[in-house]
Structure formats: structure tokens, C-alpha cells
Design a protein around this ligand. Structure first.
Ligand code: FEO
Length: 133
């Protein structure tokens, strides 16, 4: 059973971003599996790098979409993205420099942030898309 289960409550109705989010959940579950089953430092590093790379790509795509559609909540949304990017960049740096282990608390932080962000913040542009596009 995966650590984070995808279900209909995460669906925004914007197909491109629903697919992005599913892939992020997949990467989060890979991270959890790596931590739980004792993957090597290099293996865990590769997974966390991909998670961060894809998150950066996804955020940029959402922000471009918000700009194109003149989404009114984009300023606050961007701030949430920036804050998360700052935090995960610290985690990535500390991990690669050997200053921290990738443990369940990090996976839990990523899970909580991603779930909360999709269900609350991303859901707002999902409603905007349904009502205005
Ligand atoms: Fe899907 Fe705002 O991140």
C-alpha cells in the first residue's frame, strides 16, 4: 500500500495539473519506499533530486497558467511555492553535503505540504477554472 494514496479529492479538473500532481505523489511514494527500505545515499539523492526538479517544473507551469488566465490569487500562490522551494533546497543541500539523513520526518513534511497545498491552494484555481474558463 502506498504511503500517500491518490483519490478523487485531489482532482482539480485541470487535466495537465492533475497529471503533474499524480506524478508528484508517485515520487513522494518512491521517497518513502527508499527511506523505509534502506536505499543507499546515492539512490535517495537521485529520488529527492527528481522530486525537487519536477516540483520546480510543475510550479513554473502552474504559474504560467495563472498568468495566462489572469488568475486573481496568483500572488499568494506564488509565495507558497517560493517558501516551499526555499525549504526543500535547504533539505537537498544538507542531504547532499552529508549534514542530514533523509528520514520519515522529511517524507512526512513533504506529504503534509503537498496534500495541504493541493487540497487548499491549488483547489482554489481549480474552482476558478470551473467557474470562469
Ligand atoms: Fe500544484 Fe501550486 O502546486
Amino acid at each position: 500500500m502506498p504511503f500517500m494514496e491518490w483519490d478523487a479529492s485531489f482532482e482539480l479538473g485541470v487535466t495537465e495539473f492533475d497529471e503533474h500532481h499524480k506524478y508528484l505523489v508517485y515520487l513522494l511514494n518512491l521517497t518513502f519506499d527508499g527511506v523505509t527500505f534502506g536505499a543507499s545515499h546515492d539512490e535517495l539523492g537521485a529520488v529527492i533530486d527528481e522530486l525537487i526538479k519536477y516540483t520546480t517544473y510543475h510550479f513554473a507551469a502552474e504559474e504560467q497558467w495563472m498568468t495566462i488566465h489572469k488568475y486573481p490569487g496568483q500572488s499568494e500562490h506564488r509565495k507558497e511555492h517560493e517558501k516551499f522551494c526555499t525549504r526543500v533546497a535547504e533539505i537537498q543541500k544538507d542531504f547532499h553535503q552529508g549534514n542530514m539523513n533523509l528520514g520519515l520526518e522529511v517524507v512526512q513534511f513533504l506529504n503534509n505540504w503537498l496534500s495541504d497545498h493541493i487540497l487548499k491552494t491549488d483547489a482554489q484555481y481549480g474552482r476558478f477554472a470551473k467557474n470562469h474558463l
